[in-house]
Design a protein. Structure first.
Length: 279
């Protein structure tokens, strides 16, 4: 009986070992297979090249590029253009002890300004109210302290002039003559309405400049410039404005000498940051 019992235990152990061995070698679905790491897969991951994508701005980027390796340069391009639009910021300000009277005076002065603009063929859609406000005006004295003096009404307008060859100065003079001390010319900005062509040219120059700098560095370092790895557009000015005329003081009065405004040209710039491989 003892031998039979021992044989049964031995047979059960052998059967268990066979079942375990069979389970480890089975690679069917639902079972785990213990496998050694594939060195070829690791090698492929290390040597894989990250995909690059191109967006609507023509920028090439990759999140997997090692930006610590390569030739890093910055290219710049500049194109000078002549503005064809002037944007005037003007304010009509009136003050009176009565808020109602101050508002009426402001409306009348604003109407005179709009009449001048219409006479000079300025489109209604090119005239916008930026801000309209009413506020009390106080005067402080040691004897009486703070005392209400009246009310100031301000109507701030933005005016776009699309013909700027010779008419800006005369229009300013007419505005001042019509509204007198009630008008203030705050600022005039000049810009070009369509800068897409100039910006494209500036970007081409920036790209050429980046390549030229990278070639110079590669030559001096005794290496060869490789393929483009990374490029990003930086600080390109599509709609820059040139501030040509600004007045902070109110009460610009009519005068016999005509106002002279000279717009001049301004720069459209493009800057790119580029990384090239080293061969």
């Amino acid at each position: 009986m003892g031998n039979i019992h021992n044989n049964i235990i031995y047979a059960v152990l052998v059967l268990l070992l066979l079942m375990i061995a069979t389970g480890c070698n089975d690679n069917g679905s639902g079972n785990s297979v213990l496998m050694e790491p594939s060195t070829s897969n690791i090698s492929e991951q290390i040597n894989s090249i990250s995909r690059t994508t191109t967006d609507g701005q023509g920028l090439i980027s990759s999140s997997n590029i090692n930006h610590d390796v390569g030739i890093h340069v910055t290219g710049a391009g500049v194109i000078t253009v002549e503005p064809d639009i002037a944007v005037l910021s003007v304010a009509i300000e009136t003050t009176n002890k009565s808020l109602s009277i101050s508002s009426i005076k402001n409306a009348k002065s604003t109407e005179l300004v709009l009449k001048v603009l219409k006479t000079n063929d300025v489109n209604e859609e090119d005239i916008k109210t930026q801000r309209y406000s009413t506020q009390p005006v106080y005067k402080y004295t040691q004897e009486e302290g703070q005392k209400l003096q009246g009310y100031k009404v301000t109507n701030s307008l933005q005016i776009t002039l699309r013909t700027i060859s010779n008419n800006i100065g005369p229009i300013i003079d007419e505005l001042v003559s019509s509204a007198g001390n009630d008008i203030r010319i705050n600022q005039i900005n000049f810009r070009k309405e369509d800068t897409s062509s100039a910006l494209r040219q500036a970007r081409i120059l920036a790209a050429q400049n980046a390549i030229e700098i990278a070639e110079l560095y590669a030559l001096e370092m005794g290496v060869t410039r490789g393929k483009l790895l990374y490029v990003v557009d930086q600080n390109s000015s599509r709609y820059p404005e040139k501030d040509s005329f600004a007045m902070a003081e109110a009460g610009l009065t009519a005068r016999s000498t005509p106002t002279t405004i000279i717009p001049g040209g301004y720069d459209i710039t493009a800057t790119i940051r580029v990384v090239f491989a080293i061969n």
